[in-house]
Ligand binder design. Structure first.
Ligand code: HSE
Length: 400
């Protein structure tokens, strides 16, 4: 079985290494071992051990009937979209790590793949090296899923961990994550929650059958988190983690969100540190399943890419499927309930109790408290009433 690789960056070079170094452990029928035949990249790599495989023109791959699988690790949704579509239409399966492309054009690309009798697979798009999608498509698909939540971005988890354990400033921790090859080309997608938004959209689509557009997902990043919040979290036995959450309540309302959460340290998600990601899947018979592993980086992500290639080689693919979300999916975020950590100043103390209800002060942290359970719309109206009394919300994080 011949493979063509599109893109020789962080992930692409890892895929080439794994296909080469682990050739003997990949499923390889004697008559059809998995062979890397081409690498497409606009750059030159004169000293690469794969030098002979490089091409610059996608048509060479498209027109070669011996190429069975195209691995797309270019990223973005322009060239990657064009090449993926052309490869599928040419009757080749496509394996991708490209969460942006899957979240924006996945429905169309899955339909083309089905129609052509080939596969569009993207295990590497979510959770780096963790097999996060295959349980939803396969091993747990007979469960009724009520929640899929996760720490889905290695860069932001690395930054938050450095802030917690080293007291590192945000910018230094981000620079380190970039140097280690975890961050997106433009790290805004990491720190503003956009990358997690794409990943939770894919998880939710597989768990609940509907691909929700990014614009319909409430998305917050980590840039507003202060070192005082980290200290307050420690006081109440919590970590702060950027979570993607998709929750189906009473088998009806579906809420999807990306936001920092305070997570009690008794829960496994709270203990996932550094570049590691974690995914929680809650099924009605299996209960809670936790998956844990490296969420970014060349070799872990390559491992997930090669898993899909191997499934195709073995002929053991579970086909991912969903439809585009109907109007009204997800549910209106304003009716989502949780408790909130708040730092509020500038108004009479008595106003706080009157406006937010029965609050729980965080001892030793000035003006910091936990609210009772509030819906998002209640929370918004509390903020407005507090501002009308001359108050100011200095910080706010939801409680898991
Ligand atoms: N920038 C992403 C992260 C890469 O940090 O998780 C993996 O998707």
């Amino acid at each position: 079985m011949n493979v063509a690789l599109l893109g020789f960056g962080t992930v692409g070079s890892g895929v080439a290494d794994m296909l080469t170094q682990n050739k003997d452990v990949l499923y390889a029928r004697a008559e059809a071992p998995v062979e890397l035949k081409y690498i497409l990249d606009i750059r030159d790599f004169p000293n690469s051990p794969y030098e002979k495989l490089f091409v610059k023109d996608f048509s060479v791959i498209e027109a070669d009937p011996s190429v069975d699988v195209v691995v797309e690790v270019i990223g973005g949704a322009t060239k990657a979209y064009e090449f993926t579509k052309r490869a599928l239409l040419a009757g080749k399966s496509v394996v991708s790590s490209n969460k942006e492309l899957v979240a924006t054009h996945g429905t169309e690309l899955l339909a083309i793949a089905k129609e052509k009798g080939v596969y569009y697979l993207f295990e590497a798009a979510v959770g780096g090296g963790i097999p996060a999608l295959s349980p939803l498509v396969d091993d747990l698909s007979h469960n009724r899923i009520s929640e899929v939540s996760g720490i889905l971005n290695g860069t932001t988890n690395y930054i938050l961990t450095q802030m917690f354990t080293q007291g590192a400033p945000f910018s230094a921790a981000l620079a380190e994550a970039q140097a280690k090859g975890y961050a997106e080309k433009d790290p805004t997608a990491d720190i503003e929650g956009i990358d997690v938004c794409r990943k939770i959209a894919i998880l939710a689509a597989l768990a609940f059958g509907a691909m929700v557009p990014a614009a319909a997902i409430h998305t917050e990043g980590i840039t507003a988190i202060r070192k005082e919040d980290v200290a307050a979290a420690e006081k109440i036995g919590c970590s702060i983690k950027l979570l993607g959450r998709a929750i189906k309540e009473n088998d009806g309302d579906l809420y999807i969100m990306v936001a920092p959460f305070l997570i009690p340290k008794s829960l496994p998600l709270a203990e996932i540190s550094g570049v590691y990601n974690g995914v929680l899947i809650r099924g009605n018979f299996v209960g809670d399943v936790m998956l844990y592993g490296r969420g970014a980086g060349s070799y872990p992500t390559a491992s997930a890419v090669v898993a899909d290639v191997d499934h195709i080689a073995r002929g053991t693919v579970a086909r991912p499927a969903w439809t585009d979300a109907k109007e009204g999916t997800p549910s209106d975020f304003s009716s989502f309930f949780c408790r909130h950590y708040v730092v509020a100043e500038g108004a009479e103390q008595s106003a706080i109790g009157i406006i937010f209800g029965e609050i729980e002060p965080i001892s030793g942290e000035e003006n910091a408290f936990l609210t009772p359970m509030l819906s998002e719309s209640n929370w918004e109206s509390c903020k407005e009433r507090f501002a009308a009394c001359g108050g100011r919300i200095v910080s706010h994080i939801r409680l898991y």
